[in-house]
Design a protein around this ligand. Structure first.
Ligand SMILES: NC(=O)c1ccc[n+]([C@@H]2O[C@H](COP(=O)([O-])OP(=O)(O)OC[C@H]3O[C@@H](n4cnc5c(N)ncnc54)[C@H](O)[C@@H]3O)[C@@H](O)[C@H]2O)c1
Length: 442
C-alpha cells in the first residue's frame, strides 16, 4: 500500500513536468522572486510594517505646528525633557482644541470661531477662583468648579447657575476625581492665615494630596495644569524684592509651615510631574491680592482694615506697622493667571503688584477711602510674619507681557462697595453673587 502511494507520486510529478498549457512569460520570470518573497517572507513584511508604523506614530506627533504652541519643533518628548530648559519645553497639548487657537489670539483664521475649552477650577467658589470663573465663562469656555466650600461660597458663583457652560461639584480635592477636561486651574486651598491655621493638618493635606490628585488627573486626561502657589514660598525673605530664582527663607516647623511648606511641596510635585511624566504645567506665585468677594474677617490685612473701618472699629496694626506688603487687585491677577495658562512658559512667575506699602500707609489709604476718623490700634506681631514682601515681576513682564494695571486707590473703592453691601445687607446694587465691577484701569 505504501509503495503504491510512492509510485503514484512519481507519476504525477512526471505528468506536471511534461505538461505546460502556456509558455512561461518573461515578466513572470522577473517577478517570480518577488512573489516568492511576498509569499514565503510574510512574517518579515508584517514586522517591517509594524516597525514603520511605530516610527511614524512616535515621530510625527512631536513636530507640531507653531499654532499648537509648539516650541519643540521636531524634538522627541524624552529628548526635550532631558535636554531642554523647562521654559522652552512645550508639548503639543490637545489635538481636540489646540493651544494655538487660544495662545495666539489673532492666529485663528478669519470666520472660524474659537472652540471653547473644558476647564476645571478647583477652589472656584473662593475669592480669586470665582473671578477667574467669570472671565473664563465670558470667554466662552465650559467651566467645572470643584470646591468643598471650606472658605468658598455658593453666592460667589450663583450668577452662573442655569448657564449650560457652568457646573459646580461639591468635592474635596484630597479625594481623587476623574473629569474629562483640557485645563486645570488648581486653586483649592485656604489662603488666609486664620483659615489655614484652623486645621493645619488639613491644610498641608490639601496642598500635598490635593495637588497630587489634580496632577494625576492632568496626567490621565492630558490636561494642562496651573498651580496657584504663593509669595509665602519665599518665607521671611533675605532678598528684596523677590525674584523667582530666590529659594526663600522658610521656617519648616512654624505655625505657618502647613501653608508655606505645603505650597513649596505642591511646586515640587508640579515640577516632578512635568519632568517625569511630561504633564504640561504652569506655576504662579501670587502676592497679596484684594478685591470684591474676599472673605470678610479672614484676617488678611486689606479685608481686616476695610471691614473694621466700615464697622467703625479701630484698624488693628500688628507689630510696628512698618512691615511692607504689595497689594494687587484681583482682575490683574486673573489676567496674569490666564496669560500664564495660555502662554508657553512653565514658570514659576511672580504675579503681584510691585507697589510697596507699609501697613501704616495702607491704613491711611483705607482711612481716606472709608473713614478719615478711623483709629489705629497696635497689637503684637504674629509668629513668622515676614517683614518685607515685594515681587520682582520682570519675568512676567517680559515673557507674559503682563503687569498690574489697577492702583490701590482705584481698586479699594470697588472692594469697599462690595463689603458695604455684604456687611450692611444693602443689596440694592446687586448682592455678593452678582458680578462686581472688577474692570478698572490704573
Ligand atoms: N488671595 C491671595 O492674596 C493669595 C495669595 C497667594 C496665593 N493665593 C492662592 O490662591 C488660591 C485662591 O486663594 P483665595 O484668596 O481665592 O482663597 P479662598 O479661601 O477664597 O479660596 C480657596 C477656595 O478653595 C476651597 N477649598 C479649600 N480647601 C479645599 C479642598 N480641600 N477641596 C476643595 N476645595 C477647597 C475653598 O472652599 C475656597 O473656595 C489659593 O490656592 C491661595 O493659596 C492667594
Amino acid at each position: 500500500m505504501g509503495s503504491e502511494l510512492i509510485y503514484r507520486g512519481h507519476d504525477s510529478q512526471l505528468a506536471t513536468d511534461s505538461y505546460s498549457p502556456k509558455p512561461i512569460k518573461p515578466w513572470f520570470a522577473v517577478t517570480q522572486p518577488i512573489r516568492y518573497m511576498l509569499r514565503e517572507q510574510r512574517l518579515v513584511f508584517v514586522l517591517v510594517g509594524i516597525a514603520i508604523a511605530t516610527l511614524f506614530f512616535t515621530v510625527i506627533p512631536t513636530s507640531y505646528p507653531a499654532s499648537y504652541g509648539g516650541a519643540r519643533g521636531h524634538v522627541a518628548i524624552s529628548d526635550s525633557l532631558s535636554y531642554y530648559p523647562v521654559e522652552t519645553y512645550q508639548r503639543a497639548y490637545n489635538p481636540r482644541v489646540g493651544f494655538g487657537a487660544v495662545n495666539s489670539g489673532g492666529k485663528i483664521p478669519l470666520g472660524l470661531k474659537r472652540k471653547g475649552l473644558r476647564i476645571v477650577v478647583t477652589g472656584g467658589a473662593g475669592f480669586v477662583g470665582s473671578h477667574l470663573v467669570d472671565r473664563l465663562i465670558a470667554r466662552g469656555d465650559s467651566v467645572i468648579v470643584v470646591d468643598n466650600f471650606f472658605t468658598g461660597r455658593k453666592e460667589n458663583v450663583m450668577h452662573h447657575f442655569g448657564n449650560p457652560n457652568f457646573e459646580l461639584i461639591r468635592h474635596d480635592v484630597v479625594e481623587p476625581l476623574l473629569l474629562e477636561v483640557d485645563q486645570i486651574y488648581h486653586l483649592a486651598c485656604p489662603a488666609s492665615p486664620v483659615h489655614y491655621k484652623f486645621n493645619p493638618v488639613k491644610t498641608i493635606k490639601t496642598n500635598v494630596v490635593g495637588t497630587l490628585n489634580m496632577l494625576g488627573l492632568a496626567k490621565r486626561v492630558g490636561a494642562r495644569f496651573l498651580l496657584t502657589s504663593t509669595s509665602e514660598v519665599y518665607g521671611d525673605p533675605l532678598q528684596h524684592p523677590q525674584k523667582e530664582t530666590y529659594w526663600g527663607n522658610v521656617n519648616p516647623i512654624g505655625v505657618r509651615s502647613c501653608y508655606d511648606e505645603g505650597k513649596r511641596t505642591a511646586e515640587t510635585l508640579t515640577m516632578d510631574y512635568h519632568r517625569g511624566a511630561g504633564v504640561e504645567v504652569r506655576i504662579a506665585r501670587i502676592f497679596n491680592t484684594y478685591g470684591p468677594r474676599m472673605c470678610i474677617d479672614d484676617g488678611r490685612v486689606v479685608s481686616n482694615f476695610v471691614a473694621q473701618a466700615l464697622r467703625k472699629e479701630p484698624l488693628t496694626v500688628y507689630g510696628d506697622g512698618k512691615q511692607t506688603r504689595s497689594f494687587q487687585f484681583v482682575s490683574d491677577l486673573v489676567e496674569g493667571l490666564m496669560r500664564l495658562m495660555e502662554g508657553e512658559h512653565v514658570g514659576p512667575f511672580n504675579l503681584g503688584n510691585p507697589g510697596e506699602f507699609t501697613m501704616l500707609e495702607l491704613a491711611q489709604v483705607v482711612q481716606e477711602t472709608i473713614d478719615p476718623n478711623a483709629k489705629i490700634e497696635f497689637r503684637p506681631n504674629t509668629e513668622d510674619d515676614p517683614h518685607k514682601r515685594k515681587p520682582d515681576i520682570s519675568r512676567a513682564k517680559e515673557l507674559l507681557g503682563w503687569e498690574p494695571k489697577v492702583s490701590l486707590r482705584k481698586g479699594l473703592p470697588k472692594m469697599v462697595k462690595d463689603f458695604r453691601q455684604r456687611i450692611f445687607g444693602d443689596h440694592k446694587e446687586g448682592g455678593a453673587g452678582a458680578t462686581p465691577d472688577t474692570t478698572s484701569s490704573a
